[in-house]
Design a protein around this ligand. Structure first.
Ligand SMILES: C[S@@+](CC[C@H](N)C(=O)[O-])C[C@H]1O[C@@H](n2cnc3c(N)ncnc32)[C@H](O)[C@@H]1O
Length: 327
């Protein structure tokens, strides 16, 4: 199956869907509020894509510098492995994990994208109460390694092992999706938007529904296929003739631990692909079973994507430079 020319996650977080597109069964080194790890396969299927199909280039937007440092490690194997090594060096038999967590988190917010900061953010995030990450963690929010049920939450050197296993992807990483101005995108480009859900709290940056709708329309007008996750279909786009699909029953793995959010919908600029269950058919979605290749994956020349003019020189889908820019 041909690779997608460009896969864009405008609200990337840990970019769980991009990772799964890049490599079947690939997971982010850590989970975070709103992560789509459990829905990634279902989302790709509804887009008409396959886990492991790959993309020639990725574009990820994320304002949280900690997350961006993690995303940078997806583009640079040396950075990912250096961060993993640092975590292993921190964790020795005589070091108390809670004391180490406390010391590292007291160093404050991530300052730069380099191996020690990637390691520090990943290490402390894994060991912080998920709910506390959403409201702003304090020194009392250490997540012990073993749950009251006896279930193991993390291994002593987590997430070093997962960082060692990351693929190395060609990606550009930007802080703010609303600053992008898509003009023309490579044919077959997919844009996936997983914004902070309306009414949810805990993200550093808020993104109103109106901004999500504007971004979706702008990328679609530029030639991209667009899909948006939310707890409901996006009515403004449905009025434009877009399609919706409930993912609520298509989650893999355990139920969400970070939120009470139960309903999961995709709003898509084209009809959902893949096999729909009887339940979906009952919801009025046509029973389709088609797996068309995304349109025009013909390797045509790739025009520049939607990077602001002053940053254009640093990004070309046909070069390797974006990997360097992301480091
Ligand atoms: C639901 S989470 C995305 C989770 C992601 N799909 C994953 O699998 O980890 C929403 C993300 O949108 C980000 N966000 C908020 N405002 C944004 C903006 N203006 N541009 C890009 N991302 C933004 C938040 O920081 C947060 O990480």
């Amino acid at each position: 199956m041909k690779r997608v020319p460009m896969f864009v996650e405008l609200c990337a977080g840990t970019a769980a869907v991009s990772l799964r597109l890049a490599r079947s069964k690939q997971r982010a080194p850590l989970s975070r509020m709103g992560s789509k790890v459990g829905y990634a396969d279902a989302i790709l299927e509804r887009l008409g894509l396959q886990a492991g199909q790959g993309a020639d280039a990725y574009l990820w937007c994320e304002p949280d510098l900690g997350c961006r440092s993690l995303l940078a490690s997806y583009t640079d194997r040396r950075l990912a492995r250096a961060a993993a090594k640092i975590i292993r060096e921190w964790v020795t038999d005589d070091v108390d994990q809670r004391a180490l967590w406390l010391k590292l988190r007291r160093e404050g917010p991530v300052r730069s994208i380099e191996a020690r900061e990637v390691a520090r953010w990943a290490f402390t995030t894994v060991r912080t109460m998920p709910q506390a990450l959403a409201r702003g963690a304090t020194d009392g929010d250490y997540l012990p390694p073993v749950a009251p049920s006896g279930a193991k939450r993390w291994q002593p050197t987590a997430p070093a092992h997962r960082m060692d296993m990351l693929p190395e992807l060609r990606a550009q990483i930007m802080p703010d999706a609303t600053k992008l101005e898509p003009t023309v995108v490579p044919s077959g480009t997919w844009v996936y938007i997983d914004p902070p859900y309306v009414g949810s709290a805990g993200y550093e940056s808020e993104l109103p529904r109106s901004a999500v709708v504007s971004m979706a329309r702008a990328w679609h007008a530029a030639g991209a296929n667009v899909a948006i996750s939310e707890a409901e279909p996006i009515s403004a786009l449905m009025e434009d003739g877009w399609h919706s699909h409930s993912l609520t029953r298509e989650r893999n793995g355990q139920h969400r631990t970070f939120s009470k959010q139960k309903d999961e919908w995709l709003t898509l600029s084209r009809s959902p692909m893949g096999q729909l269950s009887l339940w979906q058919v009952g919801k009025g979605v046509p029973p389709v079973w088609h797996r068309e290749a995304p349109a025009n994956l013909d390797g045509a020349a790739v025009p520049h994507p939607a990077i602001p003019t002053d940053q254009q020189s640093s990004f070309s889908v046909s070069s390797n430079k974006e990997c360097e820019d992301a480091r």
